[in-house]
Design a protein around this ligand. Sequence first.
Ligand code: SAM
Length: 217
Amino acid sequence: MDYTALRERMVAEQLEGRGITDPRVLTAMRKVPRHEFVPEDLRHMAYRDGPLPIGHGQTISQPYIVALMTQYLMLTGEETVLEVGTGSGYQTAILCELSRQVFSVERNAALAEQAADRLTKLGYKNVEIHVGDGSQGLPDMAPFDAILVSAAAPAIPGPLRSQLGDGGRLVIPVGDRESQVLERVWRTGETWRIEHLAPVLFVPLYGRYGFQDPGRR
Ligand code: SAM
């Protein structure tokens, strides 16, 4: 399969065609081999316009949503970024292309290990994957210039707001399990301004500041 051609078409039709304009985001989406982040038997579908299963009941997000959330972070290349919900590591790779250092937290240890292996094989060195409850952020690594959460929270987790640096941006889906709104939080000093951006549908963020963990009673 000519994955390069499929990727070019994905960028032209699904991203540029829908208003993704940040040239750095488009370049990263053209470069990162999405097919390396999906299970082998689904590789032929890697560049389709939708999410795909990655095992453990989780998904790799739709290319357009990855590009849109990344564009809202307005990265210049100098940032320290926190990602919550590593999943396959695909969004992580895009963030690595566009920032100085990425810290990514995944609650599922098996997914975290697979993602870390993939990112190492692809040569990414500016990333640390942590296993744990990302709804609590990573206080030891804070503050962050940008935070991206790729699972839906019932409300903006307090620790993520406070771990944003001055001028920092947090992009997160907020709502119930059936529907959410993508929100962007800007921190200026001790003020947090919230913008409501677009309707989205994500798997739940479980944890202390997310939905109740289904494994805990
Ligand atoms: N952006 C990812 C990608 O490109 O593959 C897809 C992320 S998937 C939609 C959401 C991920 O969030 C899942 O892997 C899930 O295990 C993880 N997750 C859910 N709650 C979490 C939490 N509290 N901390 C860290 N990860 C969490």
